[in-house]
Design a binder for this molecule. Structure first.
Ligand SMILES: O=C(O)CCC(=O)C(=O)O
Ligand SMILES: [Fe+2]
Length: 278
């Protein structure tokens, strides 16, 4: 299983992108419009945040879910051990340290803009029989939406005393419609094929990985697969560095209908309970 790399400048970008989502649940974007200097700045600013004790003053709000989630807060659905990560949920309306606000909000806006284009590509390239299941245009489900969040993740260097079964991010599927993941500066992301084998996602620094979440799988009647993925631990020695990554999770407004059984709101609540965040 090889996740395709898409040149966003190509005339065939939309078709190739959607074909890759359909086949693997993932696509890697190259030559995309996200400003790489901004990405570098956001990474170095947040590395500073995670290395400071001040981070604990921004502890997440359990009701609104914005803020800092300390190390070992979250487990993947059904996983016993907690993931070896700490992270921050950034929403434009939520709490954010002053020194991070300007660059972080700029990156949020850029990623959100890219995501609208990608949803239009998905819409345009969906077969008519699938498109008719969408309760509205896909981009209208999330534009605007207070639920879309940017997660800044820090996987600290391994200390050697971790629970043996714990990994950086245990196998999971994303809950939301589509995820735009700013490539990490370190490897580790893997995707699972239908036979249960794991494959490295060859996501060079500078690229953006995009993947289908459960909500798009649901509203496309399983046409697009919400593929299982995980982040594995580094080898010990020189490979053992902290790893940062930044996914933007596109969440429709709560009242948006996804299927006969679920709105985005009811589905999200069910999943947050399953992963220990509610
Ligand atoms: O860190 C990564 O590369 C992936 C993170 C991820 O899959 C998630 O937070 O849902
Ligand atoms: Fe994920």
């Amino acid at each position: 299983m090889q996740v395709s790399k898409i040149d966003c400048r190509s005339d065939h970008a939309a078709k190739n992108f959607v074909e890759s989502l359909r086949n693997t649940g993932f696509a890697i974007l190259q030559f995309h419009p996200i400003d790489s200097d901004l990405v570098s700045q956001v990474y170095s600013d947040w590395a500073r945040f995670f290395s400071s004790e001040g981070k604990h003053e921004y502890h997440f709000n359990a009701k609104t879910q914005d803020g800092f989630f300390p190390f070992l807060s979250e487990n993947a659905k059904g996983a016993k051990a907690k993931d070896l990560k700490e992270f921050y949920h950034y929403y434009p309306w939520g709490q954010c340290p002053d020194f991070l606000e300007e660059a972080t909000s700029r990156l949020y806006k850029q990623l959100n803009g890219l995501a609208m284009l990608l949803l239009d590509w998905v819409e345009q390239e969906s077969p008519e029989a699938i498109r008719k299941n969408y309760s509205m245009r896909l981009s209208d489900m999330v534009n605007p939406s207070d639920g879309t969040l940017m997660r800044i993740l820090n996987y600290p260097a391994m200390k050697g005393d971790e629970v043996p079964s714990a990994i950086r991010a245990a196998a999971h599927e994303d809950i939301n419609l589509l995820t735009c993941l700013v490539a990490s500066t370190e490897p580790g992301l893997q995707v699972k094929d239908l036979d249960g084998n794991w494959h490295d996602v060859d996501c060079d620094p500078g690229s953006i990985a995009v993947n289908v979440g459960d909500m798009l799988q649901m509203c496309s009647d399983n046409y697009f697969p919400s593929t299982t993925h995980r982040v594995i631990n580094p080898d010990t020695g020189t490979e053992n560095k902290a790893r940062l990554s930044i996914p933007l999770f596109l969440h429709p407004r709560p009242e948006v209908v996804l299927s006969d059984d679920h709105t985005a709101g009811t589905f999200l609540l069910q999943r947050l309970k399953e992963i220990g965040l509610k």
